[in-house]
Ligand binder design. Structure first.
Ligand code: IPM
Ligand code: MN
Length: 361
């Protein structure tokens, strides 16, 4: 990976190489808006983006049989960051793209944190009517390379009455520790509340490791550690979400809880994510939490907010905090004025908001 900012840019400006994986369905539609917003913010903040587009996903797989060729992966490694739309289509069997592309990227690039912020913004009807804005502002730090996603397990005697399928959860001390370390540092920069979510009363082996390691890391970071079982955490997230600031949890629990977080804060359309390599040994991948939504692809109704907020996380990771804040504020402003019903309406409103912010400086 090249050091962030080392793409040659005219006039000595900072420059970043971003790999763009538009993917399938609404992926290209929402990442087009995100790209335009990033370019607009880059111009306002004095840096440039060199976009490199790669056709991966269901369409590419159906046309070529390729999921993630090693040559493309080698190219992706050279980028400063990766912006992904969404991949998938009902025509591709389950698991092919999930394991072969998304999880492979997470493993190959060692994207060990999946950062999933949930924030209720003005103008957005939360799913639970009585939630106040201040109640709902938390971040899920999901361990992103281990647990039940590690790919350990198998099937024997397939198709017989004795068929046996196992799926093992892999948890390493080093893997848990680095994830909790990231979460603890994040909690220190936020409201200082860290909650471990697991199921230690039943998953006694993995739970014991997570609990001990999280306790050690939190003590070292000098912050208190709360704990909730995952079932109770679902109840609290609906009933009393204000108790959460940073949630750290394993891969599958984080996957499930982050959809709940999205539902509470306006739906999958507005939920961003960053698959982070905090050590910066390879580029991080930023993607909206939603999928390719084939049912609305091409209708012009895709909501690009999740993609734009993911691009904001990307700019923040690259060190462009002011540009990131502009994108985040632009999304809030557009939502606050009543979300447009079309992708092009979103694009126009976002660019207007960004231009106004640039003009005000
Ligand atoms: C997500 C998705 C993925 C996951 C799937 C598509 C592999 O649900 O990013 O939340 O389970 O991590
Ligand atoms: Mn998911």
């Amino acid at each position: 990976m090249s050091a962030p900012g080392n793409v040659a840019a005219p006039g000595g400006r900072r420059g970043y190489a971003i790999a763009h994986l538009p993917g399938d369905g609404i992926g290209p539609e929402v990442t087009k808006v995100a790209r335009d917003c990033v370019d607009e913010a880059a111009a306002a903040h004095g840096f440039v983006i060199e976009w490199r587009t790669y056709p991966l996903g269901a369409r590419h797989f159906l046309a070529t049989g390729e999921v993630l060729p090693d040559t493309v992966l080698d190219e992706l490694r050279k980028a400063d960051a990766i912006l992904l739309g969404a991949v998938g289509s009902p025509e591709v069997p389950p698991g092919v793209l999930e394991r072969g592309l998304l999880l492979r990227l997470r493993a190959e690039l060692d994207l060990y944190v999946n950062l999933r912020p949930s924030k209720l913004r003005p103008g957005v009807p939360g799913a639970v009517g009585r939630h106040q804005l201040a109640d709902l502002d938390f971040v899920i730090v999901r361990e992103n390379t281990e647990g039940l996603y590690a790919g350990a397990g198998g099937t024997v005697h397939r198709g017989t009455a004795f068929e046996n399928a196992t799926e093992e959860s892999l948890n390493t001390r080093a893997g848990v520790e680095r994830c909790v370390r990231y979460a603890a540092a994040l909690a220190r920069r936020r409201r200082g509340r860290l909650t471990l979510v697991h199921k230690t009363n039943v998953l006694v082996h993995a739970g014991d490791l997570w609990r001990r390691v999280a306790g050690e890391v939190a003590a070292e970071a000098g912050i208190p550690l709360d704990y909730a079982h995952v079932d109770a955490a679902c109840l609290y997230l609906v009933d009393d979400p204000g108790r959460f600031d940073v949630i750290v949890t394993d891969n599958l629990f984080g996957d499930i809880l982050s959809d709940l977080g999205a539902a509470l804060t306006g739906g999958l359309g507005v939920a961003p994510s960053g698959n982070l390599n905090p050590d910066r040994t390879s580029p991080s991948v930023f993607e909206p939490v939603h999928g390719s939504a084939p049912d609305i692809a091409g209708t012009g109704r895709a909501n690009p907010a999740g993609a734009v907020l993911s691009a904001a996380l990307m700019l923040d990771h690259l060190g462009e905090q002011d540009a990131a804040a502009d994108l985040d504020a632009a999304v809030s402003q557009v939502l606050g004025a009543g979300a447009p019903g079309t992708t092009s309406g979103w694009e126009g409103a976002l660019r207007q908001a960004l231009a106004a912010r640039a003009g005000a400086r």
